[in-house]
Design a protein around this ligand. Structure first.
Ligand SMILES: [Zn+2]
Length: 465
């Protein structure tokens, strides 16, 4: 009983501190501040199990995004989340004491704790491989791939020492990020964020970038990758707009999700105090750059970025000693990392394709259920995984990676283009087989009625021959 009482007091204290810090966040516009605080309030309330108060102005639809993709067994109460955060925090203290004074020739020792298996350690040694299996790594780390991978990369680059980051705060920050991804989303969850972070690391290692990027670029590149879809609701921007969601109003129907991911990341950075020891001007500058990177992942603005990239490549005027140009390349790298699934080996790529389609179709099901116009890509009655992938590869992925390969003509780029081509072939063959089997099936349905009547009729085209 005594332990339960102490835990309760600790939880109440933590919630009070967290609430105080949230209250301290300030934003430029008063309206935005009010809306954002209201949004945070809704999130906090829904997390602690209250019915959200604001239901939007839409007369017939309210969707609680926290339960949108939930399955009964996946539902987790918020108190469990807070306890888990606290436990993670304490476990880290234990492991940091354990590893205190560990020799520098064992860099992995700083980040490993009792949860790691030998296989996860081995995987981290090959984190720069393009065929890195993030699904396996996530299983080996008990669903903590984002925390462990990002911590490892920060450590690998020496960012903890360079920026004098408090390791406990960093760990806590990463746990909060991971927890703020919705594990119920089939695709936009923490494993996708970990996958994008791993891809980003591969690009940061490419010679042109590795030779020129500063420590600040590396820090922001990894941070942006890890947070770029933070608190993603599992539905797209048009859905938020047509349901009059408050996020659409807050960001004036423009890059709604990306703005939310950015502001959520800034909220967690401030809540964790990770960068609070840095001068205010530097910190604000980093928050702005983080936003600029995350906003670049808005797929509806892809053509703007792509034409600017093409122009630079045609002119050959990209100079990576120039800070602005380096930032632009980081934006392009993050865009590539975000949509690189079709450039992974088939075994990984196929899993991602199925997950993203499941999320699309789920949105379509909700739209149909509530008599909303069903988004074309989300209609399971007129689409298939293969069709969606073939279009996505042809119109979105390939144009981007063709330009990236012009910029960074390396073995990695050749590997990615080769996988892209093979995967396209795989989906085309899959679609052909599916179409052939469905036409066979419809043929067989007609056969009993037509077989006898047509049995003595010559096949079409042979008449008169
Ligand atoms: Zn993403």
């Amino acid at each position: 009983m005594g332990i339960v009482l102490i835990w309760s007091l600790v939880l109440i204290l933590m919630r009070w501190i967290s609430h105080k810090r949230r209250g301290a966040i300030s934003y430029d516009s008063e309206d935005q501040t009010a809306l954002y605080i209201r949004m945070l309030d809704v999130r906090v309330r829904s997390q602690v199990g209250f019915e959200p108060e604001r239901r939007g102005s839409h007369p017939y639809l309210y969707v609680d995004f926290r339960t949108l993709h939930s399955r009964p067994e996946a539902a987790r109460p918020v108190s469990a989340r807070n306890v888990r955060r606290l436990l993670s925090f304490q476990r880290y203290l234990h492991s940091s004491r354990f590893f205190h004074g560990i020799p520098a020739n064992n860099p992995l020792g700083y980040i490993l704790d009792d949860d790691f298996t030998g296989q996860a350690k081995l995987m981290l040694q090959k984190v720069g491989n393009w065929n890195f299996d993030i699904f396996l790594f996530d299983r080996l780390t008990n669903g903590n791939s984002l925390v462990n991978l990002t911590f490892h990369l920060f450590n690998t680059y020496g960012l903890i020492e360079l920026f004098q980051l408090d390791m406990v705060k960093l760990r806590r920050f990463l746990v909060m990020i991971q927890e703020d991804y919705h594990c119920q989303n089939p695709y936009h969850n923490a494993v996708h964020a970990a996958d994008v972070t791993q891809a980003m690391y591969c690009y940061l290692q490419e010679p042109k970038l590795a030779e020129t990027l500063t420590s600040c670029d590396l820090l922001l590149g990894l941070l942006a990758a890890a947070t770029h879809d933070l608190d993603h609701p599992g539905v797209n921007q048009p859905f938020l707009i047509k349901t009059d969601h408050y996020l659409a109003a807050l960001y004036k129907n423009s890059s709604v999700l990306e703005n939310h991911h950015w502001k959520s990341a800034v909220g967690l950075l401030r809540e964790s105090d990770l960068l609070s020891h840095l001068p205010t001007e530097d910190r604000l500058n980093m928050e702005e750059r983080l936003g600029s990177l995350i906003l670049a992942t808005d797929i509806s603005r892809q053509n703007d970025y792509l034409s600017e990239f093409r122009t630079h490549l045609d002119k050959g005027d990209l100079c990576l000693t120039n800070g602005g140009h380096r930032h632009f390349i980081l934006q392009m790298a993050l865009k590539c990392a975000d949509i690189c699934n079709p450039c992974r080996p088939w075994k990984l790529s196929k899993q991602w394709s199925e997950k993203v389609t499941e999320e699309f179709f789920h949105q379509g099901d909700i739209e149909r259920k509530h008599n909303l116009e069903v988004t074309p890509l989300c209609d399971r009655q007129s689409n298939s995984v293969a069709n969606i992938q073939i279009g996505f590869m042809a119109y979105v992925v390939e144009p981007l990676f063709v330009e990236w390969s012009r910029f960074s003509d390396t073995r990695l780029s050749q590997t990615m283009m080769s996988h892209l081509s093979l995967n396209k072939q795989g989906w085309n063959e899959g679609r052909d087989k599916q179409e052939a089997s469905s036409s066979r099936a419809s043929e067989e349905q007609r056969t009993p009625a037509t077989k006898d009547s047509n049995s003595k009729v010559l096949p079409q085209g042979s008449k008169g021959s």
